[in-house]
Design a protein around this ligand. Structure first.
Ligand SMILES: C[S@@+](CC[C@H](N)C(=O)[O-])C[C@H]1O[C@@H](n2cnc3c(N)ncnc32)[C@H](O)[C@@H]1O
Length: 284
């Protein structure tokens, strides 16, 4: 066998870098409590290299040094690692199906708790609030919208979104089964589209790390879309364990079209409510 790093310099470099990344992630976890050790490696590596270049550094260990000594650098890396892309009524068919298949179930409860995990800047959360208001359920609902990243939560609380996005969001809203004029929900101002403050009345935005934090309530619905794609399989499975524990019996897990419960240890504990939109109902 050829020991990596001698006859195989490229392999040796890769191995050394992999160890440096392990050390950096371990250091970040110990110093700040943010656990990226089980995030999918290829995209993590790309993002670390991007941060390295932006900081004007040359080595992963140099980046580690700066991260451990400068909390501001950690905040910048956090923004790099937690990809925050989102949109109102994103994947509109998800919201259409939510109206037809989940809302009738929710009508049977006197009080509804929903966990929107990985809510980013809040577009998904306000979309839900609008949908529930139109269905006459919002007054008896509390939405817990959580994210690992305090900067996006701060933005979410403002309910202020770029005006130039409104055309796209209006189209999504209509495709998602919206029945009113979307412009009723916001006021166009110089800074952007200010959404109706009452939409946030029953929302709590709070920091929660899916990789390390525990369950904090029991919910009729958990929505977590486009978040677990960044996790490796063991972490995905752990988060599914957390969701299972946090759902009431007959509660709904909503993963959206890009993710699935298939091949997780929890698949047998749920019935499929909608295969396309990955809506599952906890039955065991
Ligand atoms: C691509 S956005 C998805 C936003 C929204 N759910 C959607 O589908 O439009 C992913 C979000 O997951 C958050 N996230 C990443 N890792 C997380 C973790 N360990 N715990 C909680 N949130 C996390 C990121 O900060 C980011 O805001």
């Amino acid at each position: 066998m050829t020991p990596a790093g001698r006859d195989d310099p490229a392999g040796g470099d890769a191995e050394r870098e992999s160890i440096e990344i392990d050390l950096l992630l371990e250091g970040v976890y110990r110093r700040y409590g943010f656990d990226f050790r089980e995030y999918a490696r290829a995209s993590l590596r790309r993002r670390l290299h991007r941060r390295l270049a932006l900081e004007g550094l040359h080595t992963i260990s140099g980046l580690q040094e700066r991260l451990l000594h400068e909390p501001e650098c950690m905040e910048r890396l956090l923004l790099d690692l937690s990809i925050n892309v989102t949109a109102m009524f994103r994947d509109p068919t998800f919201f259409r199906t939510f109206r037809t298949k989940v809302v009738p179930l929710l009508r049977t409860y006197p009080f509804i708790r929903i966990w929107n995990a990985g809510c980013s800047t809040g577009e998904e959360t306000y979309s839900l609030a609008i949908l529930l208001q139109e269905e006459g359920l919002y007054d008896r609902t509390r939405i817990y919208a959580t994210d690992i990243n305090e900067a996006v939560l701060h933005q979410a609380r403002q309910a202020l979104f770029p005006l130039e996005k409104m055309q796209e969001y209006t189209e999504n809203y209509v495709a998602g089964g919206g029945t009113r004029a979307f412009s009723e929900y916001y006021t166009a101002a110089y800074e952007g589209a200010q959404f109706d403050r009452s939409l946030g009345d029953n929302v709590v935005f709070a920091r929660h790390n899916l990789a390390t934090d525990r369950s904090f309530n029991e919910f009729q619905v958990i929505i977590c879309r486009n978040v677990m794609i960044y996790f490796d399989t063991p972490l995905q499975n752990r988060v599914h364990g957390l969701f299972y524990e946090s759902l009431l019996r007959l509660g709904v897990l909503a993963l959206g079209p890009k993710e699935s419960l298939a091949f997780t240890p929890h698949v047998d504990q749920y019935d499929v409510l909608d295969l396309q939109e990955k809506l599952y109902r906890k039955v065991r």
